[in-house]
Design a protein around this ligand. Structure first.
Ligand SMILES: Cc1cc2nc3c(=O)[nH]c(=O)nc-3n(C[C@H](O)[C@H](O)[C@H](O)COP(=O)(O)O)c2cc1C
Length: 349
């Protein structure tokens, strides 16, 4: 699937703003492989982004979709009360905490219609019949997994490859099911441990994701058996990324911890610690996407005010080392570092 890449580097899909057609195109032009983020978009908006990206790239890119989860019956009253104080602070009203399917069936129809070469899935595995529909139009299917059991389930759906997401990763954990009893939604596996455990269970090609920020990290996961490395945070400060300014500043300062939280969306995700993450994470209910919709006006107002304290500042553990600048220069740097790392280990021969 990624055999023809000059450099087996994938720019992770980053929904909510950071991924732009320009970022995808720049990474692809530099020899990597870009992914559009389909999450949160309407089907029409996704269709438009695919068309724009196709014009910019000539077609070599993927699209990521969120699978809908079960409707949570968790009580949102206390969380709503706490978020209300934030809404009042920014002079906005809270959103409607509704469940929805993220327009999944319509967006699946769009990627099938557009014959997107690689379609990746997050928060679960598509049904075998959906995989068949994608295969019928020549698309390849990647499923993101966070533990060995999910890898087995994904393989049984007919996926062509797995994206193995370690707990170091920025953004949402791609858990198939969120365990409300666990702050991280389930067991946490470091990337190298998870690659090894998954490789022992399935024979599919593996893409490694989570905390990779240097070319030597890419060389390391390739040495560990991955066919490609998927990096998100390393591109958050790229010129072509749509990352909000307040988030760019917080990333560049590099002085915050990262932690998992359900406070913004109702699903565990890793981000920089800010006021809302510190104050509202402990009792945040497992209710995705209800909390996503509930907190949306607060997050938007915080971003608009240039204030990082009530935004979801998704980023992986190694974010202080992520560079800024044109995406092509980031890809070039990673490639040079990977080559150097490989020549260092040559002496093992
Ligand atoms: C801001 C941000 C948004 C993300 N959005 C998505 C998404 O829409 N779909 C997805 O599959 N993964 C998403 N991820 C996770 C990435 O696919 C990947 O697992 C992660 O970026 C790897 O860790 P790293 O950020 O340390 O490189 C996101 C990550 C970040 C940082």
């Amino acid at each position: 699937m990624f055999e023809n890449l000059r450099f087996p580097l994938i720019a992770a899909p980053m929904a909510g703003g950071p991924t732009t057609p320009e970022l995808v195109a720049a990474v692809s032009a530099a020899g990597g492989f870009g992914f559009l983020a389909g999450g949160y978009l309407t089907a029409d908006a996704l269709d438009e982004k695919i068309a724009t990206t196709a014009e910019l790239t000539g077609g070599a890119f993927g699209v990521n979709l969120f699978l809908p989860g079960a409707r949570s019956a968790a009580d949102l009253t206390a969380h709503r009360e706490r978020l209300l104080a934030e809404a009042i602070r920014y002079g906005v009203e809270l959103g409607e905490p509704r469940w929805d399917d993220d327009a999944y069936p319509a967006k699946l129809a769009v990627v099938i219609e557009r014959r997107v070469p690689v379609v990746s899935f997050t928060f679960g595995a598509p049904a075998a019949e959906e995989v068949r529909r994608l295969h019928d139009v020549g698309s390849q299917v990647v499923v993101t997994v966070t533990n060995p059991d999910e890898a087995v389930l994904a393989a049984s759906s007919g996926a062509d490859a797995l994206c193995v997401q370690g707990f170091e990763a920025g953004g949402h954990r791609s858990l198939f099911a969120d365990d409300p009893g666990s702050p991280a939604g389930g067991e946490q596996y470091g990337l190298l441990a998870l690659l090894r455990l998954v490789a022992a269970k399935v024979t599919l090609p593996l893409i490694a994701a989570g905390g990779l920020v240097h070319g030597a990290d890419i060389a390391a996961v390739l040495a560990a058996g991955a066919v490609a490395a998927q990096l998100g945070t390393v591109f958050l400060q790229a010129d072509e990324a749509g990352t909000p300014l307040a988030q760019r500043h917080a990333l560049a300062a590099g002085d915050r911890r990262t932690a998992f939280t359900r406070a913004f969306s109702g699903r565990p995700a890793r981000g920089l610690v800010n006021r809302v993450l510190s104050d509202l994470s402990a009792d945040a209910p497992a209710a995705y996407p209800q909390l996503h919709h509930l907190s949306k006006p607060v997050r938007a107002a915080s971003a608009k005010a240039g204030d990082p304290e009530a935004m979801s500042l998704w980023a992986g553990q190694t974010y202080p080392l992520a560079p800024a600048g044109p995406a092509a220069s980031i890809v070039d740097r990673l490639r040079a570092e990977a080559r150097e790392a490989l020549s260092r280990v040559e002496r093992l021969r």
